[in-house]
Ligand binder design. Structure first.
Ligand SMILES: Cc1ncc(COP(=O)(O)O)c(C=O)c1O
Length: 449
């Protein structure tokens, strides 16, 4: 007898059945299924850095800040920490100080909305921008699946812009704007990750950052700059990691409020706090002629999505910021050293196992961040990931997940953030075995065919 059902997926919003929304679940399920596999898939921070004891210290530090620096009475402190609170957040002034200290970026704290992770920030911005069925979003491909998924939920089509080794192909961006407009569409913004992008690992150089801003001005386009990995440049071998040489963010170069800046504390402080933010200093004219900030429009949307970001979580992040004079560069010395060491270890390990000249395997060498893209001489799909997990004890992410068109891709993403150098060695040995076997298997199939 057929099982009775109450609802059908087909009757729900189409996004719930979209590959973009299934991607994270699928990858998590594979990881749960093979708990003993080496995971070069997870783009999570290294868990040995987590410290429950620090939570109490940060909370107490922020409590003292409210009382001593902001002059709040004990009753006000209780209310700030434990009651429903300000929609735009309670650590906005510390976020502004952090951006001034680490990014030389002067931001009006009122232009900041503190969000439940960067993910909510993306959702709020896309919700606000998507005003008309003709609206589309441009995004450098391959792109972060959380962006694509949020856009899907908002019925906002994402049109890819070529990324390439320079991080963005500016002539393709201009062409995509032209094509979209010629088709009667309204490109509302272009989403970019100028520093150590997820998944590509690429960065945009200073000259191209300036050209991108010029192009955005010429085309009257907003830029959504997402920067969760910017504080993790990998040092030169044998030299301590520094922040020098890191180009300014797009937002720091932006003199015309073209850039909406998306920030995350997940990789720098704590992912479990779920705190991120958006800087939205764009001026928005109302029907009555009044002019306000885009941040205030986003806050209205936020009040109907998450009401406000947990003040307890914000207090933890606020305390962590205060402990280091609001510098996350200072707060993440240990993380930067470990992630940089791992990135170099991975790239060196790839070079040893897949020597240039004899192996068709290729990879890029990012200047920092968590990710490296490895290109192999065969298609990489979810079935191969299952074979890799089951037969070789190795997890990675098929690059096809980061493209929107479902076309086969012959590349995979490796992540260095959640592993030790020893696990990287083991993982790369297993990758070398997988590549050798897969190449032989396909050659044998071709012969039979
Ligand atoms: C490019 C990018 N943006 C945003 C996020 C989400 O950040 P959050 O955890 O603050 O929501 C991630 C997380 O991996 C990411 O890689």
């Amino acid at each position: 007898m057929a099982e009775t059902v109450d609802l059908r997926v087909a009757d729900l919003h189409p996004a719930v059945d979209d590959p973009a929304l299934n991607s994270m679940n699928f990858l998590n399920e594979v990881a749960q299924h093979y708990p003993d596999a080496v995971s070069l898939a997870a783009g999570r921070p290294y868990e040995e850095f987590f410290d429950v004891g620090a939570l109490h210290r940060h909370l107490e530090r922020f409590r003292r800040h409210l009382a001593d620096d902001l002059g709040q009475s004990p009753a006000q402190v209780h209310r700030t920490l434990l009651q429903y609170g300000r929609t735009k957040g309670i650590v906005h002034h510390l976020v502004a100080r952090n951006l001034a200290v680490d990014e030389q970026l002067t931001v009006d704290p009122e232009a900041i909305v503190v969000t439940v992770g960067c993910q909510e920030a993306m959702f709020l911005v896309l919700r606000a921008l998507r005003a008309d069925p003709r609206d589309v979003l441009l995004a450098v491909a391959p792109t972060y699946v959380g962006l694509t998924g949020a856009a899907r939920l908002l019925d906002l089509p994402v049109r890819p812009v070529r990324g390439g080794p320079a991080g963005i192909d500016l002539s393709d961006l201009r062409e995509q704007v032209r094509l979209a407009r010629a088709a009667g569409l309204r490109p509302r913004a272009c989403y970019v990750m100028p520093d150590f992008a997820n998944p590509s690992g690429t960065s945009i150089g200073l000259a191209d950052r300036r050209r991108l801003l010029d192009l955005a001005a010429e085309e009257d386009l907003l830029l959504l700059e997402d920067n969760p990995y910017g504080l993790f440049p990998a040092a030169e071998p044998g030299r301590p990691p520094t922040q020098s040489g890191r180009p300014p963010t797009l937002k720091a170069l932006d003199t015309a409020r073209r850039v909406v800046y998306l920030g995350s504390f997940a990789k720098t402080v704590l992912p479990g706090a779920r705190v991120g933010y958006v800087v939205a200093d764009q001026r928005v004219a109302g029907a009555d002629g009044t002019v306000g900030l885009l941040a205030d429009q986003l806050a209205k949307i936020k009040s109907m999505v998450t009401v406000n970001t947990s003040p307890i979580a914000q207090a933890v992040v606020g305390g962590a910021l205060l402990e280091h004079g609001c510098s996350l560069v200072a707060a993440t010395v240990r993380e930067r050293a470990a992630y940089g060491r791992n990135l170099r270890h991975l790239v060196d390990g790839l070079a040893r196992r897949f020597p240039a000249g004899t192996s068709p395997v290729r990879w890029n060498v990012p200047a920092g961040g968590f990710f490296v893209v490895v290109t192999v001489p065969f298609g990489v799909d979810d079935a191969l990931l299952h074979r890799s997990a089951r037969g070789y004890g190795l997890l990675w992410t098929p690059m096809a997940h980061f493209y929107d068109d479902g076309a086969p891709v012959d590349a995979l993403r490796l992540s260095v953030s959640a592993v030790t150098p020893e696990q990287i060695d083991l993982g790369l040995d297993r990758l070398a075995a997988l590549v050798a076997d897969e190449t032989a298997r396909r050659a044998a199939n071709a012969e039979v065919g």
